[in-house]
Design a protein around this ligand. Structure first.
Ligand SMILES: [Zn+2]
Ligand SMILES: [Zn+2]
Length: 361
């Protein structure tokens, strides 16, 4: 089978021919149908420390097949697997249990923060491949996808969309009329706009890419701001938002870029929430917080890590009912052979939405 392997950080992924993995007693083998290329895959490819640390902590090492935003078809199950059968279509939540849901967090329904967390492409070989093996300790988290869901949408649910769902329905409880500023309008940010709109909230989007902002508008952002990297520019954006809309309920960061996020904190109302879902680049792992503001307004700072497996059914229900449209969130679909071009586009922040692998020849 073809697989795109990270052999050395920042070097092109190598397309290799590998054996299809053997299935053990409780394992599940997936034929990959579609697989998003998430910004966190790009972070690991760059060798950003948080991601490398996670890979090492979870038992992974180079070379590794990357990719965690997976939608696939079950083609073989181990003898002890009762829940799934061949031809079932499934997603593996980007953050899945690694202990068969036996730790405290898994038992409370939060397997996205499992004590033995498994993320494909980090601790185990991922989905930039024709086949992916889901190990016994994580197989319980595979979520069946009903018929009628587009493959790109299913893949996106695993990480980008799932994270934003967690952010806006679990970590905050967005209500009609709430105001949100989304920093970053990539796969995760655009998904957030879709969700916030579905919940009746109003979203202002900020991004460096004009085409991403056009998509944000299509998906219902009430206002968009292009940011080209200068801090004065951000102060002007913040002033303009304050003048037009007043303070906001939620600032949602999908970029992990401190200098792009902190200027927005004064926009938060009393009891407002800063949601952090972006991952950090080397040398920019720390956010300098205006602590006086956080105290004076009792601002909540909340991290968001993907979505627990138990919460996917509602997403698929809404997709089936036509209440969610993720077509604009997909930038393009590509062959596994074009994965390095995709990383190049992502390095230049040129991709407007998610790039999804759906061909393996
Ligand atoms: Zn991801
Ligand atoms: Zn666990």
């Amino acid at each position: 089978m073809k697989a795109a392997r990270l052999v050395e950080f920042q070097k092109p992924l190598k397309i290799e021919d590998l054996e299809v993995p053997k299935v053990g007693k409780g394992d599940v083998l997936l034929k990959v149908i579609s697989c998003g290329i998430c910004r966190s895959d790009w972070h690991l490819w760059r060798g950003d420390p948080a991601l490398v640390a996670y890979m090492q902590w979870s038992g992974g090492k180079l070379p590794i097949t990357q990719g965690h935003e997976v939608y696939g078809e079950v083609v073989e199950v181990g003898e002890s697997v009762a829940k799934l059968k061949n031809r079932d279509k499934v997603v593996m939540p980007a953050s899945s249990t690694g202990d068969n849901r036996t730790c405290k967090y898994c038992m409370e329904g939060d397997s996205n923060v499992c004590d033995h967390l498994v993320i494909a492409g980090y601790g185990i070989n991922g989905c930039f491949a024709e086949y992916m093996l889901v190990p016994e300790r994580s197989a319980i988290d595979l979520v069946k996808v009903p018929d009628g869901i587009k493959p790109e949408w299913a893949a996106l649910s695993s990480c980008g969309f799932g994270t934003s769902w967690n952010a806006f329905t679990m970590k905050t409880n967005l209500k009609p009329g709430d105001m949100v500023v989304t920093i970053g309008a990539g796969g995760m940010g655009l998904s957030g706009i879709v969700i916030a709109n579905a919940l009746g909230a109003k979203v202002i989007a900020v991004d460096v890419n004009e085409r991403s902002l056009e998509k944000a508008k299509i998906l219902g952002s009430i206002e968009t701001y292009k940011y080209s990297g200068k801090s004065e520019e951000l102060n002007e954006i913040v002033e303009d938002i304050m003048k037009k809309y007043g303070s906001v309920d939620v600032v949602y960061d999908t970029t992990g870029i401190p200098e792009a996020v902190i200027p927005f904190l004064p926009l938060l109302r009393v009891h407002g929430t800063l949601l952090l879902a972006g991952l950090m680049m080397k040398g920019k792992e720390t956010f300098p917080l205006p602590a006086d503001l956080v105290v004076a307004r009792e601002i909540r700072i909340q991290g968001v890590l993907m979505l627990p497996a138990q919460k996917f059914d509602t997403i698929f229900k809404l997709m089936k009912e036509g209440k969610i449209n993720l077509d604009p969130v997909t930038y393009k679909t590509i062959s596994i052979y074009d994965v390095n071009d995709a990383y190049k586009e992502m390095s230049e922040y040129k991709n407007a939405g998610r790039i999804i692998i759906n061909k393996f020849s």
